[in-house]
Each structure stands twice: as C-alpha cells, then as structure tokens.
Design a protein around this ligand. Sequence first.
Ligand code: NDP
Length: 273
Amino acid sequence: MTDRYAVVGNPITHSKSPQIHMAFAAQTGQDIDYGKLESPIDGFAATANAFRVQGGLGLNVTVPFKLDALAYADEAGEAARLCGAANALKFEGERVLAENFDGLGLCRDVVHNLGHRLSGQRVLILGAGGATRGMLLPFLAQQPASLVIANRSLDKAQELVELAAAHGDAQACGYEDLGNDVFDLVFNATSASLFGQTLPIPHSIYAPDALAYDLVYGKGLTPFLKEAQVAGVRHIADGVGMLVEQAAEAFAWWRGLRPATEAVIRELTVPLV
Ligand code: NDP
C-alpha cells in the first residue's frame, strides 16, 4: 500500500518538497505519495487531523505553521523544543512526534556538501527569526570558536543567546557593532534577500577563505552574496542544499533510510550569477 506524506503551509504552491521527496522515493524504491496541503491560517490542527484520518503518516511543515506543529505534537526532539517550532511531524498511531531539521540540514550542507568546518570557526549569523532559532542547537553542537548573532532588533538576538545558553556560548549584537571582528562563516538568515534588500554590514567582517551563505534559495546571486563577492569572498552558497538536506533528514526519520542528496540539489540549483 502506498504511504502518504505531505507538506503543509499557506501559501504552498511554490513548495519544492513534493519534487524532492518523490525523487528520494524513486531513488530508494519507497512506495510513497507526497502532496501539498494548503491549510487555513487558523486551521492547522483540523488540516493535520483530516490528513491523519485519511491515513497520512507524516507532514513537513512550512510558514506560518511551524509553531502550531510543535503545539500539535505529543513529543518533540530537542532542536524543536529549543527553537519552539517543528518542521516535521510523524504520526505513529495516536502519537504525534515533532522534529526540526532545518539547522541540521544546514550543518550537513556546510560540512558535507560544501566542505567547510563549523568546529573551531568564527561564525556570524545575521537575523534572529525562526531559521536562526533552528540553527542554535546543531551549530553549538559543532563547537565553533565563537557564535555571534547580529540582528536589526537587538532584543531578539539577545533572546536567542539566552535561549541557547544551556548549550553553549553565543553573543548578540546589532549591525552597527560589526566591523571589529572577522568571521570564517557568515550566514544570512534574514528574509532581506526575499525582497532584494541589502544588509548594512561592512566588507571587513570576512576572514580570508570565508564562506558567505544565504539561506534563501532559488534567487540566484542575492544582494548579500553580491556584496560578499565585492568584499572578495570566493566561497558563496545559497540555501538550496539546506532545503534538500532537511528534507533528507525527514525522509530518513519517516522511512528509516537516508537518500543521497547530490543529484536533487543539482536539479534544484539556480546558478549564483
Ligand atoms: P523570520 O520572519 O522568522 O525572521 C526574519 C529575520 O529577518 C528577522 O531577524 C528580521 O529582523 C530580519 N529581517 C527581515 N528584513 C530585514 C531587513 N530588510 N534588514 C535586516 N533584517 C531583516 O524568517 P525565517 O527565519 O523563517 O527565514 C529567514 C530566511 O531563511 C528566509 O529568507 C527564508 O527563506 C530562509 N529559510 C531557508 C530555509 C531553507 O531550507 N533553505 C529554511 C528556512 C528559512 P527583525 O527581527 O529585526 O525584524
């Protein structure tokens, strides 16, 4: 019998998840169907309930339902609990399990696909929203030399530093405080690139051989990545690998086997030009 999965969000038409998961299923010989569910904004639980009644076994969850998904679950993994949001649910009989694979997917992309270390490195995250929350636990687990969170609203960055304190040291600052330190890895986890906006960050933040990584995907050379190139950064990447790697983590959690990701990342990559 075909097992059913889906991604739920609002809007959802743009989602690449069905394409990614069906490619994983073909590659690993798994008999699954993976669809898209557009839930009413105030109707996440009803949408999930209906999907379960129809035999659904798991959901990926995207904007704006990641907080609802965690609240809907009976049990949650540590990353989901720390960031207060879930991007994957698994239905086991009456039990609902929640995980958040965004940060883990990003770590895998950086370390396994792009060949950069996080351990012992000076790491800067720009932004303090949901994506940054998801990065805290997996990033600190890699034991970077330092982890700085810079955000337009300083109080949000400070809140995340406090949230992460039990797992490791991080510092918060505003963009105006950047300039005295250099970083080996710089992540743009703001949504500025979605709107073609630049960030007020000095070129001097990049260490020689630094990586500039924009979490947004499918936008080509974003203003952040373009500025990094102007600053002399040779290693740039967008979030397509993160997207595919978090999907691979969910697939492995649901199906018990990890798919290869390289070909799927290649297929979805929009050149950074
Ligand atoms: P949130 O809405 O939760 O957070 C947005 C963040 O961006 C906030 O810190 C906000 O600052 C900041 N911001 C927005 N506009 C500007 C601006 N013009 N200048 C400076 N800061 C700005 O978004 P998410 O954390 O969910 O997503 C962030 C990015 O990560 C998006 O581009 C999203 O597409 C991407 N993403 C990619 C994934 C992938 O798989 N590749 C997965 C998840 C997210 P403030 O707090 O001051 O308002």
